[in-house]
Write a new protein. Structure first.
Length: 67
């Protein structure tokens, strides 16, 4: 994803009929969970759209961690 559209302080995820928004701050974090089937479906649709239209990275920049 282009850097100007990426925010590593906010995570949005959906599961079934719920959507969560996790806000990472320097000292504290906040998590909001909503039970809203339409909003959860919308969030999944945006994720699927981004998955389909964004180019696959040439290489991964993540670290592989084994436990």
């Amino acid at each position: 994803m282009p850097k100007e559209f990426y925010n590593d302080k906010i995570l949005v995820s959906s599961y079934r009929d719920k959507i969560s928004i996790c806000e990472q701050r320097t000292i504290t974090s906040k998590v909001y969970i909503f039970r809203n089937p339409e909003l959860a479906s919308f969030a999944r649709s945006i994720g699927e759209l981004l998955w389909d239209v964004l180019p696959q990275p040439a290489k991964s920049t993540t670290e592989q961690i084994f436990f």
